[in-house]
Design a protein around this ligand. Structure first.
Ligand code: PBG
Length: 341
């Protein structure tokens, strides 16, 4: 709304906005947005080792063994977190130029999905579809000379989605940004009878430097060798293009859409939700987590309060939920009956 459309406002004392802020109970009564456990999706990193390994650029986040991932999923289920997202730190010895481990039905992700499915009853499992945890070059698709091939990559991504669905994955989340992958995956899922496997498309995914710590976590940062993903992920300066990308993914069969990264792209979240009204999610990515958690570790920010505030901002921006590394911490707080700090 531009200023010229605003009605003339009364002034003090007719209008004192502070009246509604003077007590905790009034603030709660007029709160427009709230954060709840149902808004959270918790991303978890798994590795093939035993025990857990810290991720230095993500203080407080660890790579978990399959057993530990099952325990984490059980806790998430008990807390009422609706879904977890799994990411593999693949053994470097299994990474190849064609990323073929992605389509191995016994790869780390598929084994983890089966173990979690056997150990839980009421929590959704989301799996990323992209080749970067499996390729020796760290790209999300197949590389030929200097080009990431589109249609050839889509064919492999479809196979990857299918092994994940067969393992029991509930939500397929293509994060690769190849053109046409949602349609191809949807068709393949239908053909195998996976009618209720959901697709959450990383629809507007930007070529962002905020993914750095994630690439440390899955061990792909060194592999990219200073390369970037700008020929398939979006230019951070573009907004209209995000709406086109989302429209395409919806037309191709996405049930839910995602904007990524989150906090620097709240305008995109808002535009996407306004334009399409579909379940809309944001990914508060590793670099956003690292900024907040790293500063908190130094005593520069209050971890709990910045986590809460940043997540509430996604709700205000129209998101139905957020993928966040803070999910368990926040869910524990809410489960203990704590309110907005
Ligand atoms: C894989 C993928 C990435 C993230 C999620 N899926 C990294 C990338 O695209 O390079 C990033 C998540 C995060 O930073 O927390 N394509």
């Amino acid at each position: 709304m531009t200023e010229s459309h605003l009605p003339p406002l009364p002034s003090v004392p007719a209008l004192r906005p502070r009246r509604l802020r003077d007590r905790d109970w009034t603030r709660r009564l007029v709160a427009e947005n709230r954060l709840g456990i149902d808004d959270l999706i918790w991303p978890i990193f798994v590795h093939d080792g035993s025990g857990s390994a810290p991720i230095p650029s993500m203080p407080g986040v660890e790579r978990l063994s399959i057993d530990a991932a099952v325990a984490a999923a059980r806790e998430a289920e008990q807390l009422g977190i609706p879904a977890i997202a799994l990411f593999p730190a693949t053994d470097p010895g299994l990474k190849t130029a064609d990323g073929r481990e992605a389509t191995n039905p016994d790869n780390l992700i598929c084994r983890t999905v089966r173990a979690i499915k056997a150990g839980t009853g009421n929590i959704g499992i989301l799996c990323d579809v992209a080749l970067d945890p499996y390729t020796s070059h760290g790209h999300d698709g197949l590389l030929q000379d200097d080009e990431i091939l589109n249609d050839e990559s889509v064919a492999v991504l479809v196979e990857q989605a299918l092994v994940q669905a067969r393992a029991g994955c509930d939500i397929i989340a293509p994060s690769d940004m190849m053109d046409g992958r949602v349609a191809a995956i949807r068709e393949a899922l239908e053909a195998e009878g996976f009618r209720n496997v959901k697709i959450m498309a990383y629809a507007a995914k930007y070529a962002s430097a905020f993914y750095g710590p994630f690439r440390d976590a899955v061990g792909s940062s060194g592999n990219l060798g200073g390369g970037d993903k700008r020929t398939y992920q979006m230019n951070p300066g573009n907004g209209d293009e995000a709406l086109r990308e989302v429209a395409l993914d919806i037309a191709e069969g996405a049930d839910m859409v995602m904007v990524k990264p989150g906090m620097p792209y709240l305008d995109i979240c808002w535009r996407v939700k306004q334009a399409f009204g579909l379940p809309t999610f944001a990914y508060q990515v590793s670099g956003e987590y690292a900024m907040l958690a790293g500063a908190a570790e130094r005593g520069w920010l209050d971890r709990t309060r910045v986590a809460w505030e940043s997540l509430l901002a996604f709700k205000r921006a129209g998101c139905d939920g957020v993928l966040t590394y803070f999910a368990r911490d926040i869910a524990r707080m809410i489960a203990e009956g704590k309110r907005q700090p």
